[in-house]
Design a binder for this molecule. Structure first.
Ligand code: ASP
Length: 331
């Protein structure tokens, strides 16, 4: 289903090698239904006159609660078999932003990111410090806390075991070195996996943009590794003057190329429309250096762009009048 050129809300559920041949029609339906549910949840907020921030949170929560995606329940595991979740949110009107890295006990990490934005003087909290703040404030602002086990699913445990076994088979004891990692990436192909991060960008009736992203990161990541998703300007960005963006893909590349802000900068300084700036960053800047992934981008006139340089990206859009479209593959 082609994406509409204009939208009030876009969502993604990750990019990667997602082929028709490897996806059963049952799985396809499950993914498209869930993406549709997220769009409907966000649209409901916008239609009632709610803010783009509320719409982003509503849409992302639906995806975080679904084990289909690599965010919240069903997130991927670290090398040492734990869950560490990253999320960010940004308000395009005020440039206020909040982010969390490597958290383990808030059911919906996007709400944790919002708590950092609205209840601290900081932009980002990580690890233990973040957990302490979130635990302290949970009751007051209605954050739901869970045991880390809540996020684990058998599929992700299996995926981790497979990833570690295949690394070991190829590179033996050296499997965790930087060279081996590079070789693994080349041999196995990062793009053989889908990434599964979730994100949303929204435009509300007051003309304000917002963006949010939530993820478990990358399977078998090191303890303490933080990707692009919670980094403002890399995986997440919103500015009413340019656009709202949420990325998915191999985070290290999105960090090095400051991918989201690069789109905004092209719009600001080169006066490119979002339909040129976003595909340029994905299909030229990132593709040329082997950075796989995609992004959803929306400007304050509702112009949408959903570029990706992988075979597929779970994505969807809803128009002002509630027309929902969802796509997975590149055609
Ligand atoms: N970008 C995320 C990360 O590197 C992964 C993803 O998009 O699935 O943490």
């Amino acid at each position: 289903m082609p994406m509409p050129a204009k939208a009030v809300l876009l969502v993604h559920g990750g990019a990667g090698v997602i082929n028709r041949d490897s996806m059963s029609s049952e799985m396809e339906t499950r993914y498209t239904t869930k993406l549709g549910d997220a769009l409907i949840a966000g649209h409901k907020v916008l239609k009632a006159g709610g803010s783009s921030l509320d719409a982003v949170v509503a849409a992302i929560q639906v995806l975080e609660d679904s084990p289909l995606f690599n965010a919240g329940k069903g997130a991927v595991l670290t090398r040492d078999k734990r869950i560490e979740l990253d999320a960010a949110i940004m308000d395009g009107a005020s440039l206020q932003a909040g982010a969390v890295g490597a958290i383990t006990t808030v059911k919906n990490p996007i709400t944790a990111a919002r708590a950092v934005m609205e209840h601290t003087e900081h932009v980002m909290l990580i690890g233990k410090g973040a957990e302490m703040f979130l635990r302290d404030i949970a009751k007051k602002i209605g954050l739901t806390l869970v045991e880390p086990d809540y996020f684990m699913t058998p599929l992700r445990i299996e995926q981790l075991e497979e990833a570690l076994a295949s690394e070991k088979e190829r590179y033996g004891a050296a499997s965790h070195s930087k060279t081996a990692h590079r070789k693994t990436r080349k041999a196995v192909g990062f793009d053989e996996n889908k990434f599964g991060t979730v994100g949303a960008v929204a435009l509300d009736q007051s003309g304000n943009l917002a963006a949010g992203t939530s993820t478990g990161g990358i399977t078998a990541k090191r303890y303490g590794r933080v990707g692009d998703s919670p980094l403002i300007g890399s995986g997440t960005y919103a500015d009413n003057a340019t656009c709202a963006i949420s990325c998915t893909g191999h985070g290290e590349y999105f960090i090095k190329h400051v991918a989201s802000y690069d789109v905004a900068a092209r719009m600001k300084y080169l006066k490119e429309p979002v339909s040129i700036a976003a595909p340029y960053v994905i299909n030229t800047t990132l593709r040329e250096c082997g950075g796989f992934g995609g992004m959803i981008a929306l400007d304050r006139h509702g112009n949408a762009a959903v570029p990706f340089n992988t075979p597929g990206m779970f994505r969807g859009a809803v128009t002002e009048d509630g027309e929902v479209s969802v796509s997975i593959y590149c055609d």
